[in-house]
Design a protein around this ligand. Structure first.
Ligand code: T5A
Length: 214
């Protein structure tokens, strides 16, 4: 696959504001004349929608961490091959709400599945395909979880399986995101997600504009 569009993933803890920022960035890029696709994981394909229900609602409370990892990666294989890769090949920029770094952080650091196994699985199942840029929205878990709970209750959504996990779990996830950014400064960008929405957008826009000019 020779990508012609740019692939930008958004990661971070619960309620960090990814969906909000993806919509703002998509509008900015479209104003610049780019063709943009916004999508998300899990659930970016019809098959993935079914996996999303199994993974995020109380129906999924019994999954072993390893089984959960394999389901997240199954969702990604469908998504990468059916949606992301064809769009990039056609010259469309793809803005994706979560990608492989979320599996490393949630199932790896959060639930104890070996990072080396998750990386090998990504190599084998997803051709070791990584975004041009991963934007990590950093937020203290207590702040993000409060935002997320408000949104879930407003939307009457039962997709709260990860929100129900303890603060120590969310702290491990956050540390994994921060470590990744520290180790991968060229391909990742950290933003303080406690700022107001427009300040966060300005920071992201600056980094993404630089990516397009590089
Ligand atoms: N998961 C996913 C894994 O465990 N492994 C994986 O490999 C993958 C791919 C996905 C879940 O799956 C897990 C991680 C997740 O738990 P989801 O419902 O898609 O579940 O949940 P999240 O990705 O966490 O998304 P959220 O909807 O919870 O949060 P967002 O998208 O980060 O935030 P957003 O934009 O919806 O904002 C949340 C609320 O905060 C407000 C918004 O208006 C909204 O009400 N808000 C702000 N408020 C104040 N200041 C700001 N700067 C704000 N920005 C947004």
């Amino acid at each position: 696959m020779v990508p012609k569009g740019k692939f930008i993933a958004f990661c971070g803890g619960e309620g960090a504001g990814k969906s909000t920022q993806i919509e703002l960035l998509a509008a900015h890029l479209r104003r610049r004349g780019r063709d943009v696709l916004t999508t998300r994981e899990p659930g970016g394909t019809p098959e993935g929608q079914q996996l999303r229900r199994l993974l995020l609602t109380p129906d999924g409370d019994g999954w072993e961490p390893m089984a959960e990892t394999l389901l997240m990666v199954a969702d990604r294989v469908q998504h990468l091959r059916r949606v992301i890769a064809p769009a990039l090949e056609a010259g469309t920029d793809v803005l994706c709400d979560r990608y492989a770094l979320s599996t490393l952080s949630y199932q790896g650091a959060g639930k104890g599945v070996a990072a080396s196994f998750i990386r090998e699985l990504h190599r084998q199942a997803c051709d070791d395909f990584w975004p041009d840029l991963t934007i990590v929205l950093d937020i203290p878990p207590a702040v993000g979880l409060a935002r997320s709970k408000r949104r879930l209750s407003k939307e009457k959504s039962d997709e709260d399986r990860f929100e129900r996990l303890g603060l120590d779990f969310h702290d491990r996830v956050r540390t994994a995101f921060l470590d990744h950014v520290r180790k991968n400064p060229e391909t990742s960008f950290l933003v303080d997600a406690t700022q107001d929405i427009s300040a966060i957008h300005d920071a992201i826009r600056g980094r993404v504009d630089a990516l397009f000019e590089a």
